[in-house]
Design a protein around this ligand. Structure first.
Ligand code: FAD
Length: 475
């Protein structure tokens, strides 16, 4: 043991098991304090009923209770961390701050500022890999360059895991629990109202317990994942994205479980496909880290020359998309899902993103920002990655001439219109064949008031192909 006292700063890692920074702090220090900061610079622009704040609030309460069972506690502040972390470190007299790496450009700048202030006070700042299996420069091409295409990245990722199976070893906490500093008298958690927020329905179980129960439930269905995952009316996916976003479940635990399954021939066709999705998450985290401009600009610079629609007509089309009144039932049902629950099924994220960019001709960044506002699982790397994939402006882009048809997508992935009926009840009376394109059929009752399509797909398709002419040479 080399340090007297340390402080662990929790961010996207709201759990009390298999936690890299906490493990390293406990094994290196005599006494360990824990803190979470509600970052005023992030919270200020959010609506009062933001679902993420409610999710964090509930998960923090569970984390504090777990830490207390082990003899510690969670300090919670509502502040700008660049000020608050160095101030708290000084107040507690710690030698070092331990935390897990965050790869978003804003977080990297924030951590740099915190580290510089701590250093000026003679304290250390230690960052650890925790939210991914392989980070930054760990999966590279033979020429030691970052990958920009998914499949070779995935193959190299799997090869590295085979060579380094200990990358999945858990970072133990409980055996080192004697290192927790006892709770301080001033550790009451703030209420949502004290933070300036109202309770919101998260539509998903919160905290470590919620995540564990959801993963258990998913393991019973994982064999069907390869096919069921594309049908939004079915509970075919894990819905764990919010837990991966906030670290209420350990990525090592997930990958270890799937690897063990694959080892004994379990998990059917679903397990390797699900593992692939977890690797997509790491691919996009690496892309954002290596190419931070993807948050703002096209991955391929030539694509910044595309001229998107603008002006009052574009504003109106965008409003219709946001509010789910495009006249395309699957698109409208998907937008109702994100607006009502803060979640949208992956197939529908692809369909709605494609519709905004390639049917309405609107800049992918408008849609990316709308998702950022609404999604409970919003993650800058996956969101910009997903949007640039759909807009064909990103790495591994689908070619721009591949344009989703919102009606055939609907017929294929919601064949009975079950999902549409759930989120656009106005169309409940339509038959299973007619519901995908109501304007072509006789309508009864409330279905008569359902809007006509705001754009004709075939014409929009031609316009998009012309719009993308400027990048033909680069495609
Ligand atoms: P599952 O199918 O069970 O997959 C397991 C996990 O793998 C997910 O929880 C997620 O962490 C990861 N994953 C799955 N698909 C992808 C993918 N395509 N890219 C990266 N990681 C993936 N995911 C986010 O977590 N946050 C976002 O902000 C986000 N925005 C997106 C925007 C668009 C336009 C698109 C097309 C995709 C976006 N995704 C985002 C990826 C994907 O849609 C969600 O991760 C997925 O729908 C979450 O549901 P699930 O947990 O049931 O996923």
């Amino acid at each position: 043991m080399t340090l007297n006292k340390s402080l662990v700063w929790f961010r996207r890692d709201l759990r009390a098991y298999d936690h890299a920074a906490l493990h390293h702090a406990l094994t290196a220090s005599g006494q360990v304090y824990c803190v979470f900061i509600y970052d005023t610079t992030i919270l200020a622009p959010l609506p009062r009923d933001d679902r993420r704040v409610s999710f964090i609030h509930a998960s923090i309460a569970e984390l504090d209770a777990e830490l207390r069972e082990m003899g510690g506690a969670l300090l919670v502040r509502h502040a700008d961390p660049v000020e608050a972390i160095p101030a708290l470190a000084a107040e507690l007299g710690v030698d070092a701050v331990f935390t897990n790496n965050d790869y978003e450009p804003g977080a990297i700048a924030r951590d740099g500022a915190v580290a510089a202030r701590l250093k000026a006070d003679g304290r250390a700042f230690h960052g650890y890999k925790d939210q991914v299996i392989f980070e930054k420069d760990e999966v590279l091409t033979l020429a030691a360059q970052p990958f920009s295409v998914f499949t070779p990245y995935k193959n190299a990722w799997l090869k590295r895991l085979a060579a380094q199976p200990d990358s999945l070893d858990p970072f133990d906490i409980a055996p080192h629990a004697s290192g927790f500093a006892p709770p301080l008298p001033w550790t009451a958690l703030p209420t949502l109202a004290e933070l300036g927020f109202d309770p919101a329905d998260t539509h998903v179980a919160t905290g470590m317990d919620g995540a564990a129960a959801m993963f258990d439930g998913f393991l019973e269905r994982i064999e069907q994942y390869a096919t069921a995952r594309d049908f939004p009316a079915v509970a075919g996916t894990s819905s764990l994205s919010v837990h991966l976003r906030f670290g209420t479940i350990s990525i090592r635990h997930l990958v270890r479980t799937v690897q063990a399954m694959l080892g004994y021939g379990g998990g059917g066709a679903g397990a390797p496909v699900w593992l692939s999705e977890l690797i997509w998450r790491e691919f996009y985290a690496m892309i954002l880290y290596r190419h931070p401009h993807v948050g703002e600009r096209s991955f391929k610079p030539a694509y910044d020359a595309i001229e998107w629609e603008s002006g009052p007509d574009a504003d109106e089309l965008f409003a219709a998309w946001c509010e789910g009144r495009t006249g395309y039932p699957l698109v409208d049902a998907a937008m109702a899902q994100i607006n009502q629950t803060g979640f949208m099924h992956n197939r529908l994220r692809m369909v709605t993103a494609s519709f905004l960019v390639k049917d309405l001709g609107i800049d992918w960044r408008w849609g990316e920002r709308y998702f950022a506002l609404k999604l409970i699982d919003y993650d800058m790397a996956s969101n910009t990655g997903g949007w640039q994939w759909a807009a064909s402006t990103g790495c591994d882009a689908q070619p721009y001439f591949r344009i989703f048809n919102p009606v055939t997508q609907s017929e294929r992935f919601d064949p009975d219109g079950e999902f549409i009926r759930r989120y656009v009840p106005q169309l409940a009376s339509m038959g299973r064949k007619q519901i995908h394109a109501p304007w072509l059929h006789e309508r009864k009752g409330a279905a008569r008031d359902y809007p006509a399509p705001i754009v004709a797909h075939d014409e929009a398709r031609k316009k998009t192909l012309a719009r993308f002419d400027v990048v033909k040479a680069a495609a």
